[in-house]
Design a protein around this ligand. Structure first.
Ligand code: SAH
Length: 290
């Protein structure tokens, strides 16, 4: 069978069921929605995400995200610690299989370095019954899009996102990917740049960037975008290398491509942007560019 047709058929079923499993699936009453809460401000939660939160009987997630959703009658909150994503996802799937309407929450978009993949990891490894559950992902505004919007239009050309966390992948993989995208002249969005347990990775990543890109390349440190303590700093790559330790877990770091630039303004922060057109690849050297 044409795999496109097969995929459509399964998705159109509404409950992710395959043909021939209708009798068991008919008994399924619970559901699971993985909801993106956006970067912080309520105005950046989509109406569809809000509707999923309003319909939930149970809310599952990392404590600070669960705290963002107001208490109400009929809603039970299950807050958990960071770093227990797959256990949390399994708990959510189990509750859904028992008939609950479960919302799993993530900051930003749940599909970007967040709970949606953890739910599917748990689903893949878990009991077959879980596959009969309707699972929906409600997207949210991811940190790089919020940061880009605040700064101007730095993602106007080609770009990529890399998590600097080496909890789930070896650091050699991170550096190999960084080398590749630095050579490709993409704007690079760095998630999870630094934490108490990972104090040096951002410095290393920026050092590597300075070997490939001009030291005048703009670098954005966007912290807590959409929250009351939001701050944006636009540095040169040379300044960013020196300032790496001033980033924290709430910071999104964006390294410009060769065409990323500033539009200066009198008495106001400059706009940061990357034009849509590219004439040719810049010639990088292993000694960095000036
Ligand atoms: N799912 C989230 C990302 C989770 S990884 C999303 O789509 O945004 C966590 C990392 O995201 C943080 O270390 C930081 O790099 C970035 N981040 C999350 N919220 C942010 C915010 N409000 N401002 C800046 N960066 C943020």
């Amino acid at each position: 069978m044409d795999p496109g047709f097969s995929l459509r058929y399964v998705r159109d079923d509404g409950a992710g069921r395959r043909p021939g499993t209708k009798s068991r699936a008919a008994a399924v009453t619970g559901s699971l929605t993985i909801v993106g809460l956006g970067p912080g401000t309520a105005g950046w939660i989509t109406p569809a995400a809000q509707a999923a939160l309003d319909a939930a009987t149970d809310l599952v997630g990392y404590g600070p995200y669960v705290d963002r959703v107001p208490e109400r009658a009929g809603l039970t909150k299950h807050a958990s610690d960071n770093r227990v994503e797959v256990e949390r996802a399994s708990h959510a799937l189990q509750m859904a299989s028992e008939g609950r309407t479960v919302a799993v929450v993530s900051g930003g978009d749940p599909g970007v370095f967040a709970m949606a993949a953890a739910v599917f990891e748990a689903l893949e490894a878990g009991p077959a019954e879980w596959r009969a559950l309707p699972i929906t992902v409600e997207p949210g505004i991811t940190a790089m899009l919020a940061a880009a919007a605040r700064a101007g239009a730095p993602l106007g050309g080609d770009f990529c996102a890399i998590s600097l966390s080496d909890n789930l992948k070896p650091w050699e993989v991170v550096t190999a990917r960084l080398e590749a995208v630095l050579a490709a002249d993409l704007v690079i969005c760095l998630y999870n740049p630094i934490s108490k347990a990972r104090p040096w990775q951002l410095g290393k990543a920026l050092d590597l960037a300075a070997k490939h890109r001009a030291v005048t390349t703009p670098v954005l440190f966007a912290r807590a975008v959409g929250r009351p303590d939001e701050s944006l700093r636009i540095l040169t790559l040379a300044e960013a290398v020196a300032a790496a330790s001033t980033a924290d877990m709430a910071t999104l770091v964006m390294i410009g491509a060769s065409s990323t630039r500033l539009i200066a303004r009198e008495g106001a922060a400059p706009y940061l942007y990357t034009p849509r057109s590219v004439a040719k690849m810049p010639c990088a050297t292993s000694q960095g560019r000036t």
